[in-house]
Ligand binder design. Structure first.
Ligand code: 2RA
Length: 337
C-alpha cells in the first residue's frame, strides 16, 4: 500500500535489525531506500541478499517516500521527521524526541493500536524499558486495573549502543588483566559493577530514563492515575533488559490467574518454574521478539500485589520489532481505508 518505504538510520544496530525484520516478515513495498548520516552515505547495506546504496539523510530524500521507519539519535529525529511530514511521508520514529508530543501517538500495537489511527504524520515507539513493562502490565490492567507499579530495571549495555557493548567487553578484559581502560560511553566502569543512573537528572531525584517509564506508561494506557516508581540500573549484560516488577491492582489477581493472563497475551512467553530453576534470563531471550515473564508470585507486602520478573531483547521488542509492528499496523490501516 505504501509504494516507497525507507529506513532512516539504516546502518545502526537497530536499523540493521529493522532491515532483517522487513525481509523476514515480508513487509510489502515496491521500492525501498536506505538513509543515514553523511558519514555513512555512499556506503552500501545488505538487504534480501543484495547490496543497496545508503543515501544521505536530506530533506529532499523524502520527496518520493511514503513511509519511513526511523532509528536515529533524538536530535536527528527532531530535524528529519518534519522534513518527511512536510512531504506527506508517514514516519514511525523510534527515537525519544517525539514520544511525549501531544500530537504524536505513542504506540505498542498489542496495547493501543487504535491510537495510531489518529496520527498527524509521526507515530512514536516507546523507550525499550517502558515497552516490555507495559506489555506485561496490559493483561493485569485489563483484568484488575493497575493502581501502582514499582519497577527496578537491569539494563543491558546494548541500550547505550554498540559502543556500550564494546565498553563492557573491553572493560572486562582490562579489569581481568589489571590494565587501565578508558570508558567511551559510561561515566563509571560497567565491568564488574552496576551503575544506578541511566540518562541525566530529570525530576526530583529521578533520571530521564526513569521518568520515561512514568510518562510513557501513562500515555500508552491513556491513564494518568497509574503511579509508577522506577529505579533504572545499567548492568554488565551485553543484551536484553531485565525488570523486577511489582504491581498493585484494584481487583485481586491470583498468581494462577496472572500466569494464565500472561500466557494468553500475544507477545508474552511465560517461563516460570522456580523449583526446576526455570525463569527468563538475558542469555536465553536475546534474538527473540517476545517479552518473557517468570518468578510470578504474590507481593507479600500488600493485599492486591503481584511480583514478577520480565526480560526482553531491548533491541527487538524494545526497538526494532515494535517499530516494524507499528509500520505493519499502518499498512493494515491504509488497506482498510
Ligand atoms: C538505554 N533505554 O537502555 C535506553 C536506550 N533507549 O540506555
Amino acid at each position: 500500500v505504501f509504494e516507497t518505504i525507507a529506513i532512516v538510520g539504516a546502518t545502526g544496530a537497530v536499523g540493521t535489525l529493522i532491515r532483517q525484520m522487513l525481509a523476514e516478515r515480508d513487509f510489502p513495498y515496491q521500492r525501498i531506500k536506505f538513509l543515514a548520516s553523511a558519514r555513512s552515505a555512499g556506503t552500501t547495506v545488505e538487504f534480501k541478499g543484495e547490496k543497496h546504496p545508503v543515501e544521505e539523510l536530506l530533506p529532499d530524500a523524502f520527496n518520493d517516500i511514503d513511509l519511513a521507519i526511523g532509528s536515529t539519535p533524538d536530535e536527528v529525529a527532531a530535524e528529519f521527521c518534519p522534513w518527511a511530514v512536510e512531504r506527506n511521508c508517514v514516519v514511525v520514529d523510534e527515537s525519544g524526541y517525539w514520544r511525549m508530543d501531544p500530537k504524536v501517538p505513542l504506540v505498542v500495537p498489542e496495547i493501543n493500536p487504535e491510537a495510531a489511527l489518529a496520527h498527524q504524520g509521526i507515530i512514536s515507539s516507546p523507550n525499550c524499558s517502558t515497552t516490555q513493562m507495559v506489555l506485561a502490565m496490559k493483561p493485569l490492567h485489563d483484568a484488575g486495573k493497575i493502581r501502582r507499579v514499582i519497577v527496578s530495571t537491569y539494563q543491558a549495555t546494548s541500550g547505550a549502543g554498540v559502543a556500550g557493548q564494546r565498553d563492557l567487553e573491553r572493560g572486562s578484559r582490562a579489569f581481568l588483566d589489571a590494565e587501565d581502560y578508558e570508558y567511551e560511553t559510561f561515566a563509571h566502569p560497567i565491568a564488574f559493577n552496576l551503575i544506578p543512573q541511566i540518562g541525566s537528572h530529570k525530576h526530583e531525584g529521578y533520571t530521564s530514563e526513569e521518568m520515561k517509564m512514568v510518562y510513557e506508561t501513562q500515555k500508552i494506557f491513556g491513564d494518568d492515575s497509574i503511579k509508577v516508581c522506577p529505579t533504572c540500573v545499567r548492568v554488565p549484560v551485553s543484551n536484553c533488559h531485565s525488570e523486577s516488577i511489582l504491581v498493585e491492582t484494584e481487583k485481586k489477581i491470583t498468581v494462577d490467574q496472572a500466569r494464565e493472563l500472561f500466557a494468553a497475551t500475544p507477545g508474552i512467553k511465560v517461563v516460570d518454574d522456580l523449583p526446576s530453576g526455570s525463569y527468563p534470563m538475558p542469555k536465553d531471550c536475546a534474538g527473540d521478539d517476545a517479552t518473557f515473564i517468570g518468578r510470578i508470585r504474590e507481593d507479600l507486602s500488600c493485599d492486591n500485589g503481584l511480583a514478577f520478573w520480565c526480560v526482553s531483547d531491548n533491541l527487538r521488542k524494545g526497538a526494532a520489532t515494535n517499530a516494524v509492528q507499528i509500520a505493519e499496523l499502518m499498512v493494515k490501516n491504509a488497506a482498510a481505508v
